[in-house]
Write a protein that binds this ligand. Structure first.
Ligand code: GLU
Length: 422
């Protein structure tokens, strides 16, 4: 157990260090002075809170939570809150930096923020989760708000949790304040298309990447690692577009069928945390699945899945990162040298925050859009962002990750300069 904890914090430290490394390279390539890096390498604000919750057995349990605000030069900070046993301070820091990059890449008027609570929602009752969600909002209420920092869903948090958080904040504020948080249920001011937005964004990136590589999505082989919010919607979109989803996985294992899996059948059987493979006898490991013959590989689960140890064995033509941080920097280099097109996380997974922005705009206006309007605007934003990163990569002769970071840091650095911070 202790060893596990150390491994986790080592991983999250690596994630922060490698993010800082690419930020520094991106700023150097763009010709910004060292002060820019000094400002961008850490969140400007980090709050650590302790949240007491009375559990169902009558005992009080104290949870630790975080909220990081990376940079608010462009506008209020924005980003999800994850509930997970492996949340660490450094991971939340790194994730807040990634949110700034995403906002820069899709050109939103935001900086990045991120929150997390160390807990295991799979082992908590509805009532305990409500108390924890409300306690977290009370603990961070001073630094968040619709014009300061706007939370949203992330790993193991959903629209119900957003609803409790919005209600708690509205009580503190003494008026209904839907713009405090995004990813809400539609009846509480949520936006059409928000739930599937991350997967829609990934799908648009896949379409654009396929155009560059001359791959027809109809009949193309796709592997999706992870069957959570992003992975399950994505598998469904790919399946409906006529692709052959030859493998999917969850935390317990992977299912493989070279003729294509029946995704509707699997979606019907998946539990609310995205587990489905436990219902099958014939499974393969997640690691073996990544190395299968395929056209498109989508890591949509956790960090550090493609590393220097397996990057040489990846057989996909395109790797689209729906998860945060699935490929290490060494692996990025190997895949790029092997001419595998990588669509990096900060670009591929930016559909969620894009529709969150649309939700916030609708809340601020009090005027709500149709689903088609949301989808049309999302497509416009993502196609532009993909091509901007792709062209930067071609013109500057850098890999897709560095190109995405270069696009992502530019606006916030310019905004910080105009404000006289650097
Ligand atoms: N948690 C999501 C992300 O990592 C969404 C954030 C948001 O909607 O603000 O991009």
């Amino acid at each position: 157990m202790v060893a596990d904890k150390q491994a986790d914090s080592q991983d999250s430290n690596d994630v922060l260090v490698s993010t800082q490394e690419v930020i520094q390279t991106a700023l150097n390539k763009l010709g910004y002075p060292e002060e820019a890096y000094e400002l961008m390498k850490e969140p400007v604000r980090m709050m650590i809170v302790r949240i007491p919750v009375r559990m169902d057995d009558g005992k009080i349990k104290i949870f630790t939570g975080y909220r990081a605000q990376h940079n608010d030069a462009v506008g209020p900070t924005k980003g999800g809150v994850r509930f997970h046993p492996n949340v660490t301070e450094n991971e939340v820091r790194a994730l807040s930096i990634w949110m700034s990059l995403k906002a820069g890449i899709v050109d939103l008027p935001y900086g990045g923020g991120k929150g997390g609570i160390i807990c295991d929602p799979r082992k908590m009752s509805f009532r305990e989760l409500e108390a924890l969600s409300r306690g977290y909002v009370r603990a961070i209420s001073q630094i968040v708000g619709p014009t300061k920092d706007i939370p949203a869903p992330d790993v193991f948090t959903n629209s119900q949790i957003m609803a409790w958080m919005m209600d708690e904040y509205s009580r503190i504020d003494e008026f209904n304040n839907p713009g405090f948080i995004t990813g809400k249920p539609i009846v509480l001011g949520g936006s059409h298309g928000r739930e599937s937005a991350t997967a829609k964004g990934v799908t648009i990136c896949i379409e654009e990447a396929c155009k560059k590589r001359g791959i027809d999505i109809k009949g193309a082989r796709v592997i999706v690692q992870g069957f959570g919010n992003a992975g399950s919607f994505l598998a469904k979109f790919m399946y409906d577009m006529g692709a052959k989803v030859i493998a999917i996985s969850d935390a317990e294992g992977a299912l493989h069928d070279p003729d294509g899996l029946d995704i509707d059948y699997l979606l019907d059987r998946r539990d609310s945390f995205g587990t489905v493979t436990n219902l099958f006898e014939e499974t393969i490991s997640n690691q073996d699945m990544l190395e299968l013959e395929t056209d498109i590989l989508v890591p949509a689960a956790i960090e550090n899945q493609i590393t220097k140890d397996n990057a040489h064995n990846i057989k996909a033509s395109i790797v689209v990162e729906a998860a945060n941080g699935p490929t290490t920097l060494e692996a990025t280099k190997i895949l790029t040298e092997r001419d595998i097109l990588i669509v990096p996380d900060v670009l591929a997974s930016s559909g969620g925050v894009t529709v969150s922005y649309f939700e916030w705009v609708q809340n601020n206006q009090g005027y709500y859009w149709k689903e088609e309007e949301v989808q049309e605007k999302l497509r416009e934003v993502l196609v532009k962002a993909f091509n901007n990163v792709y062209t930067t990569s071609q013109n500057r002769q850098v890999d897709m990750r560095l190109a995405a970071y270069m696009v992502g840091v530019r606006k916030m650095t310019e905004a910080a300069r105009f404000r006289g911070w650097i």
